[in-house]
Design a binder for this molecule. Structure first.
Ligand code: PEP
Length: 251
């Protein structure tokens, strides 16, 4: 059902990157071709979005952002709105990342409001969900991600404005990954839930896998049915590693 979905490989730089780091992004940009088999995005820290968006203009490299406030503007010192991120050149915003959920106590209801803000600004929401190690051991993975998916997605989500990222918390930054069979089981479950709620557009929504994706495991993970790309943390910081992952699609 989803083999025609164009994959997305998105790099999440998290709180990493100074102006000098843009050299890595330039190397990625320069290696991409317009007819490549996957969309490629880098989500740098907010401080680098405008410069990177300028440098990526007229190239296949897409620029995204990490997190936003639910409001468009107002008295929220230190926060940033989806409208501001769009103004800086971002095309998408990662919301609900497990580091936001754990570091800032964000609940799925908060994530849903942020995703609504991203849609209001006309951007794509990359909505992250995933179970902890304890939840997996207790065989709660499907019920946890099912609940997170249902509560984090706005009713207006569709294949154009929303991407799902399944990221087991225990796999993020640890070098551990689920087996291909485990990833397949979760993505199949998520696809079913998306189709049940959103119909045809739920069948076309991209579901990324994230968590310790590296050049040497990307091909196996990206070949799993209903895996429509990757959300990549650490390995997106170095052009060679990120390009090695994109190469899983033959780019
Ligand atoms: C992430 O944090 O989104 C992520 C997938 O990190 P890593 O690739 O480093 O595990």
């Amino acid at each position: 059902m989803t083999s025609s979905v164009r994959p997305l490989v998105a790099g999440n730089w998290k709180m990493n990157g100074l102006a000098a780091s843009l050299a890595e992004a330039r190397r990625v940009r320069d290696a991409l071709s317009k007819s490549g088999p996957a969309d490629v995005m880098i989500c740098p820290p907010a401080t680098l979005i405008a410069e990177l968006a300028r440098e990526a203009a007229n190239s296949p490299l897409l620029i995204g952002a990490q997190d936003c406030h639910a409001a468009a503007s107002g008295a929220h010192t230190g926060d940033i709105s989806a409208e501001m991120l769009k103004d800086a050149g971002a095309r998408a915003v990662i919301v609900g990342h497990s580091e936001r959920r754990s570091d800032h106590g964000e609940r799925s209801s908060d994530v849903r409001r942020k995703a609504e803000a991203v849609h209001r600004a006309g951007l794509t929401a990359i909505v992250c969900i995933g179970e902890t190690a304890g939840e997996r051991r207790a065989e709660l993975t499907l019920s946890v991600v099912g609940r997170q998916l249902a509560a984090s997605l706005p009713d207006a989500a569709n294949a154009g404005n929303t991407v799902i990222a399944y990221e087991p918390v225990w796999a993020i930054g640890t070098g551990l990954t689920p087996t291909a069979a485990d990833v397949a089981a979760v993505h199949k479950f998520l696809r079913g839930a998306l189709v049940a709620r959103f119909g045809g557009t739920g069948g076309a929504m991209r579901i990324l896998y994230g968590g310790s994706v590296k050049p040497d495991n990307a091909r196996e993970l990206m070949a799993v049915p209903d895996v429509n790309g990757a959300l990549v943390g650490g390995a997106s910081l170095k052009a060679n590693d990120f390009l090695g992952i994109i190469a899983a699609y033959g780019a």
